[in-house]
Ligand binder design. Sequence first.
Ligand SMILES: NC(=O)c1ccc[n+]([C@@H]2O[C@H](COP(=O)([O-])OP(=O)(O)OC[C@H]3O[C@@H](n4cnc5c(N)ncnc54)[C@H](O)[C@@H]3O)[C@@H](O)[C@H]2O)c1
Length: 364
Amino acid sequence: MKVLITGGAGFIGQRTGQLLLKQGHQVAILDNLSPPAHDGPPALPAGMELIEGDVRRREDWVKALKENEVVIHLADHHDYLPSFSKLFHVNAVGTAILFELLLEKTSVRRVVLGSTTAVYGEGKYRCGKDGDVYPQPRRVDALEHGIWDPPCPICGGAITPMVTDESVARPTSAYGLSKLAQEELVRLLGERHGIECVILRYGAVQGREQPFQNAYYGALRIFALRLAHNQPPLLLEDGNQLRDFIDVEDVARANVAALAELPPGAYNVASGRAHTVMDLARILLRVAERDMTPETPGRYRVGDARHAVPDVSRLKATGWEAQSGLEAMARAYWQWLQAQPNLDTYFEGADHLMERTGTVRVAR
Ligand SMILES: NC(=O)c1ccc[n+]([C@@H]2O[C@H](COP(=O)([O-])OP(=O)(O)OC[C@H]3O[C@@H](n4cnc5c(N)ncnc54)[C@H](O)[C@@H]3O)[C@@H](O)[C@H]2O)c1
């Protein structure tokens, strides 16, 4: 099959492309090689045709679409900094241009969109009094006082986090909102114009080769970079946030399954196992054999969800299952990172910028 991967020079795109090539598919990638994902030309796996271009430019899409039958659309802008308009230009407008072209005659029969569980915002909770509820974004004044758990949106009482299925999406960040806009375009225009569309909402993707120059997100990468500079993991909030960490190899397998096997629709792509961020920090300290204590000075990021635990039963019912566990992921990343030359203090630059822009704040 001829497959175009947008953002194919990125973390998930490269791994997906390698798997496709191994299975005998032809792979082209459309990527503008932009920072912070890249701070120079990447060494791409042999066999991938690179079309250097931007998803915001119609002529670049025209060059890239050619004879391809499936587009795996991963190129996106994801940022915690206040670059709100760029989020929508790249993620929503870029996707709208793709669909303008798909309405003209092309060979594309299916679009696979790489989305995110950030579209759920705070996700699903259960209230003893009000049943299943979907909390509002956490209030800044609560976060300022170190009150991390969202209250019931109906009675204001305490609530318990639940796994969140694909049915209700209410983002709490501009990034999540831009990805939901992108999803809705794909879903609506795909259905209306007979283009099969599969939306994959990834959990927190980690793993070997996650580029360390982009230290704005990716807990494993940020903690490992700090350890490599003899600094303990610095956790947001109290470290008890639940996340589903998934290995990039498992995500690549889901992307490949989405070429043909998965019926159109939205699917969560996650390991199905919830861990606290503190668990991840401790596991990394253990595999790195470092005797340090993770720090929780009350820093927080406005727009983060307290917990993010997707329900993976829909995808699992198709036969896909995550194969890698958290300890194996942490070990593989730590080993890979240690073998890298020129490990700069990327985390410090990213951290200072996030503090300066008010993206990361400290509770009183
Ligand atoms: N990594 C995660 O934890 C995670 C979690 C959930 C969802 N996702 C989604 O997965 C997809 C891929 O993420 P990733 O982790 O591989 O990111 P990445 O930053 O490593 O890769 C993104 C790629 O897109 C390219 N790109 C950015 N803007 C572009 C533009 N305007 N035109 C063309 N190319 C452009 C970048 O150069 C980069 O190579 C994204 O859509 C993201 O929303 C990632």
